[in-house]
Design a protein around this ligand. Structure first.
Ligand SMILES: [Zn+2]
Ligand SMILES: [Zn+2]
Length: 403
């Protein structure tokens, strides 16, 4: 990855890709105050103890998992005064807070990841909660990323599991992209897959080592997350990193937020989505018979209304109505899909067992998860395998037999 940082190049996909210039350095987290001599630091109750933070230039949230809300961003903007840079010491949400606060106040932004759990570190956008609704805003990439492998390998076990869950999602996400390319003609880029697939394979083979906190395996995991984030920046959207599995995850996350609950770590719900996509591709590639069953728009609306307030449901249904469902031809499974399937899926299946996907699945009722599976393609205009199943009229039955 390091050889493309800061470069602009013409890609075989027809686009000119611009890669942000991010400096990635490996050092002890304790050196952070010297590495960023004029920066203002933010941390939370879990991460503050990792560094001896200079009191005058730091702000510690009095919580274990501060959310990326506008209120928290305003707090940081105020506290950071005239310091020219904001540095986050934490994982996903804390990084989003620092990134957006820095962007809004015209400051530089850098980050010190404390868990290899998400691919948001190298991102240029920030998902922020505004009045309880998650919105993605344009922001800036980090100038520097300081990696302390000792800190990363000692992250909480659930964040390591989540980190594996969110990264293996790139496999079904790529397959959804290929499907959409074949069915809808969506533009596709091979560069962003080629720079990712070897890392993914390595992670599938080393998933036990990751949970055993082995240095080299943890290093591969964080590198894969950094590359994945850069791939989204290169493409200008999250297509390389997010397909049906993320829609399943988002629906579960939104359901928790609707009830005013803190959702599980992102990669844990993504894990359920990866399991669903894996089963769907298994059926598609191995031509497993799924009986037809109607799933009417009235039934969809009714099931959505049982989970979400009406305003949101109408918004979802509008998105769904605008989706185009091209006629699915019999031969949509071509070589690129089959190649990924046979190369990755046997390992993917074992990896999901290693990170214990069943314990996450079992924390919900089967009935709830089935609904999530048949409703997930309602919430976003992105074409995935769930749309293929919807068009083929097998989505309802698939959702009832997947768990
Ligand atoms: Zn994700
Ligand atoms: Zn490209």
């Amino acid at each position: 990855m390091k050889n493309i940082l800061g470069k602009t190049f013409e890609c075989s996909c027809g686009k000119t890709h611009e890669v942000p210039d991010i400096e990635i350095l490996e050092a002890s987290i304790r050196e952070a105050p010297d590495i960023f001599p004029d920066a203002f630091f933010i941390a939370d109750l879990n991460t503050a103890s990792l560094v001896n933070l200079p009191g005058k230039r730091s702000f510690v949230f009095n919580e274990r998992r501060p959310l990326a809300t506008m209120e928290n961003i305003e707090k940081v903007m105020k506290a950071s005064g005239n310091f020219p840079e904001i540095v986050s010491i934490g994982s996903g949400s804390l990084t989003d807070i620092a990134r957006y606060a820095a962007y809004l106040s015209g400051k530089r932004f850098s980050c010190v990841p404390t868990a290899p759990s998400v691919d948001a570190y190298t991102s240029t956008v920030a998902p922020i909660l505004v009045n309880g609704v998650k919105k993605t805003f344009k922001a800036i990439p980090p100038g520097k990323i300081l990696l302390d492998i000792e800190v990363l390998r000692n992250a909480p076990m659930d964040l390591l599991r989540a980190g594996v869950g969110d990264i293996v999602a790139k496999i079904p996400a790529r397959m959804d992209w290929i499907l959409s390319h074949v069915v809808t003609g969506e533009n596709i880029c091979d560069f962003v897959w080629n720079d990712m697939k070897d890392l993914l394979k390595e992670i599938l083979l080393k998933s036990k080592d990751i949970l055993n906190r082995e240095r080299s395996a943890i290093k591969t995991l964080i590198e894969a997350h950094l590359v994945s984030g850069i791939n989204m920046v290169i493409m200008g959207n999250s297509r390389p990193a997010s397909g049906a599995e993320h829609m399943v995850s988002h629906l579960i996350e939104m359901f928790h937020e609707e009830k005013g609950e803190m959702p599980p770590f992102h990669g844990l719900t993504v894990m359920i989505g990866v399991f669903v996509s894996m089963k769907a591709y298994e059926a598609l590639v191995e031509k497993k018979e799924i009986p037809l069953k109607d799933y009417s728009i009235e039934e969809r609306r009714k099931e959505l209304l049982e989970l979400f307030e009406e305003r949101k449901v109408e918004e979802f249904l509008k998105t769904y109505a605008e989706k185009k469902f091209p006629k699915i031809e019999a031969d949509i499974v071509g070589e690129p899909l089959e190649d990924i399937y046979w190369e990755f899926f046997p390992h993917l299946k074992r990896t999901l067992e290693t990170i214990d996907v069943n314990s996450v699945i079992n924390s919900y009722s089967k009935d709830f998860l089935s609904r999530v599976v048949r409703l997930a393609n309602t919430i976003r205009d992105r074409f995935t395998i769930l749309d293929v199943f919807d068009e083929m009229k097998i989505l309802k039955n698939f959702s009832e037999m997947v768990f």
